[in-house]
Design a protein around this ligand. Structure first.
Ligand code: ZN
Length: 302
């Protein structure tokens, strides 16, 4: 079985089109059909073509979960939790959406499980808001899903967290529900540090889920944290993994090419990067009066 996994499109239709073309190219060249395409949320927000992205995701993806920007664009999240550029873009995006787009976004699930995979935008514990940027943040999340793999987005950085499958992790305290669980500290994805911008801040600053109290006596070993390069990555035996494919429409790992993932059950995970017409997206952002700061970031991949 083969699946393509996309996340964080952010209204960047040029990037999404390039990724969908690349999936077709993969199928042709490898003579290997992709059984399904999954989307891990943040289809809209920041970018100039939210409607076009919704239309293509509806047509191409068999499973889609909601991200924080999808909820913000339909008023399901309070914009006070967002930075100024994110809030402005959510308001602009909201005005572009047709009633049916809003209904569709509103009804997206926050998590979904299919076969060996659990899908969520941020984390399986807190699907809308939690950023998995470190082993400390990721480890308790292994107690929040039952499948061998969990795929997440939200940080816009291709990442793998690995834990031995014989380690049992207590489920985190925070319940996983359909309701947004807001962090105690207001953060937004565009405040995320990238590898280029220095080390990640302390988890207690980032997550609002400090102290790690579920393990007061004997903390379990932390999961391994891998930053994969583009290309094939082979899953070691007897492990479970939380995997982030990176972002289609707004990469933040220093590589401006659109990022996504192909999983082949016979081979492994392939982290793919695709060039797209960044200047065209930037021109549309300028034309629609969207944030020049967010447009400029696209060509740097930060
Ligand atoms: Zn995002």
């Amino acid at each position: 079985m083969r699946y393509a996994i996309l996340s964080d499109i952010h209204g960047n239709h040029e990037a999404l089109k390039a990724v969908l073309r690349d999936i077709e190219r993969f199928e042709r060249e490898q003579r290997a059909p992709i059984e399904a395409i999954w989307c891990l949320g943040d289809i809209v927000g920041y970018g100039p073509e939210p409607k076009e992205c919704i239309r293509d995701v509806q047509a191409a993806c068999q499973l889609t979960v909601a991200g924080n920007h999808d909820w913000a664009a339909i008023g399901k999240l309070d914009l006070d939790e967002f930075t100024a550029p994110a809030a402005e873009s959510a308001e602009w995006t909201s005005k572009q959406l047709a009633p049916l787009d809003r209904v569709w976004l509103r009804n997206l699930p926050t998590t979904s499980a299919v076969g060996q995979f659990t899908l969520s935008h941020g984390s399986p514990t807190n699907p809308i808001w939690e950023y998995l940027t470190s082993s400390l943040a990721a480890t308790p999340n292994f107690g929040a899903f039952d499948t061998p793999f969990c795929v997440v987005g939200h940080t816009h950085v291709p990442t793998i967290f690995l834990l031995s499958d014989d380690i049992t992790v207590a489920p985190p305290d925070v319940p996983s529900t359909d309701t947004a669980i807001l962090p105690s500290i207001s953060i937004d994805s565009d405040m995320m540090p990238t590898p280029d911008l220095g080390p990640f801040p302390d988890d207690s600053e980032m997550m609002g889920t400090p102290e790690m109290e579920p393990f007061p006596d004997e903390p379990p070993p932390l999961c391994e944290h891998i930053m994969p390069s583009p290309g094939l990555w082979l899953m070691p035996e007897h492990k479970r993994a939380i995997i982030n494919p990176g972002s289609v429409g707004q990469p933040r790992d220093g590589d401006p090419r659109a990022a996504y993932l192909i999983y082949d059950s016979d081979i492994g995970f392939e982290f793919r990067r695709v060039e797209y017409d960044i200047a065209a997206t930037q021109r549309k952002m300028t034309e629609f009066g969207l944030s020049s700061y967010m447009a400029a970031r696209l060509e740097k991949g930060v």
